[in-house]
Every structure is written in C-alpha cells, then in structure tokens.
Write a protein that binds this ligand. Structure first.
Ligand code: GLU
Length: 279
C-alpha cells in the first residue's frame, strides 16, 4: 500500500518550509489512497528538544492532519539501532574511524586500513550517479562514486542517514516525500538501502522554501509558522506554494480544505523551485 511520512527534526517549531513538506506529503498520501505517517527525528540530542516534539505534534493536529498509525519517535528506538549497528560491524565494508572533523578537512581518512575497535562507525558505499524522482524525472548527481558514510558518530549519536533508511523500511514507506534540500543526499540513502538489503522506496522532492539564498531553518531564524498565520490560512499558503488550485477554498475549515485539496491534488503542478517563502 502507498505509504509516506513526514519526518521533522524537533530543533524548533514548524516553519513555513516544514508546513509545505507536511502538507505535500499528506496530500500525496491521501490522493494515492495510501497511508500517511509521522516520525520524529530527534537523535541529534544537542539540537532537538522534547518541548519542540510536543509543539510540532500539536501544530500538525491543529492543521487537521492525523497520521494513519502511531508516531515513531527515534529517541525511543536506540536499542534497535544499536543492535542493527552491532550486526553491521562484522561486515568488511564497515570500519571504525577516529579522525576528527578538522583532520578530515586536511587529509583523507585511512582508518579503513587499520583495525580500530572504537570511534565513529562508517560504511564504504558505492553511489550511483543518478536516480528517478517522481516529479523531476531522472536526476544526475555529481557525487564521488565511493564514499565513507557515518552510521554512528564519534560522540555516540546515531547518524541521520542510517536511522532514516532503517525507519523508512520499518514503517513500510513506499515513497519518500521530502524537501528538495535532500536531493543530493538521496543517492547516499539509496546506496545504504542496497548495502543493507532493504526495500527501495520511490522519491518525490518538494520545492524548497527559501529567503533569498538561504533555506528556511531554525539556524537562520525562520519564523514559527503558527505565529504568523492561523491554521486554515497556513494550509492555503502551503497549497499556493505547492502550485495547487486554491480557488474556492478560502473560508473553509482545515478538514474541509484538506479534503477538497486532496480531490484536486495535481503532482504535475508542483513547482521545482526553490521558491521565495511568503514569510
Ligand atoms: N528530519 C529531516 C529534516 O527535518 C528530514 C528527513 C527526511 O525527510 O528524510 O530535515
């Protein structure tokens, strides 16, 4: 069954860019008659806060969006990641690395040829130079073919790519719908999925919301979307950003608005972007 997910990192409240991704993923799932799931990607403990998880979940509900299953919270799954990582350490393509970030900037890592027993856990992956995006067609990437990808950081934090592909598989995600800021990371995840023998999902990258040259993010002080607009207007703004037909939707409540937007959802109208955010 078609399944997608919205996977925010709770480093702040929802900003306009995250609302766009949320609405795009939700409508796509509904329009496909499939499932929409939520996953909280809160493994980067210094950046993520439980209070933000709480406000994000409240904000999603306030938009009239309900997931079709329990919310997966990554920080509650550490044992599962650790046991999978343990299994991976026996493979010849994984290795421990004790290089600091500063060192890696000035020389290549040679830890693969050593037999370290601790440090960051990495896997050597061979990346393909292209993949298909459901809206954008075949994308060519200029990536180095071989890349050492971190599975677990030196500070003990489980890395985003690893947790993401493991959980997409666990949640039965058939199509990853997310922002175009991750277009160039997708080949890394595809390689990791293949290396781990997981099922490959399809990919749909939504247009990125920007302010000038910067993507909206907590780091560059994007405003909390709910401080700017009430829920139904926020939905309308996200729909316009996604190029969808909003005629006659003004004044409807969130549930009615989403139902009508689902009927009209047209993937071919999704702009490729990036596009200037309204706020
Ligand atoms: N947690 C990631 C973010 O907030 C999204 C990851 C994904 O959708 O794969 O940017």
């Amino acid at each position: 069954m078609y399944t997608t997910r919205f996977a925010p990192s709770p480093s702040g409240r929802l900003h306009f860019g995250s609302v766009v991704t949320l609405v795009g993923a939700y409508l796509r799932a509904r329009a496909e008659g499939g499932r929409f799931l939520i996953r909280i990607e809160d493994l980067d403990f210094p950046r993520c806060k439980a209070e933000h998880t709480e406000s994000i979940l409240k904000e999603i509900a306030a938009l009239g969006i309900t997931p079709d299953g329990p919310v997966l919270i990554q920080s509650e799954c550490l044992d599962r990641y650790e046991s999978l990582l343990k299994g991976l350490t026996a493979r010849p393509d994984t290795f421990f690395c004790d290089c600091t970030r500063a060192a890696l900037k000035v020389r290549p890592c040679t830890c693969r040829d050593k037999t370290l027993m601790e440090g960051a856990l990495k896997i050597c992956l061979t990346l393909e130079t292209g993949y298909d995006d459901v809206r954008r067609g075949t994308l060519r990437t200029i990536a180095p073919l071989e890349r050492d990808v971190t599975l677990k950081r030196r500070d003990g934090i489980i890395a985003y790519h690893f947790a993401c592909v493991v959980d997409d598989a666990l949640q039965g995600v058939t199509e990853v719908v997310r922002g175009a800021d991750l277009l160039e990371e997708t080949p890394v995840q595809r390689a990791l999925i293949r290396a781990m023998g997981l099922k490959e999902p399809a990919y749909l990258h939504l247009p990125l919301a920007v302010h000038g040259h910067d993507k909206l993010s907590k780091q560059n002080h994007a405003r909390a979307a709910f401080e700017v607009l009430p829920p139904a207007e926020l939905l309308l703004a996200a729909l316009s950003f996604l190029g969808q037909d909003t005629a006659g939707l003004k004044g409807l409540n969130c549930k009615a608005l989403l139902a009508r937007a689902t009927e009209r959802f047209d993937i071919t109208r999704l702009p490729l972007g990036p596009l200037e955010a309204p706020f």
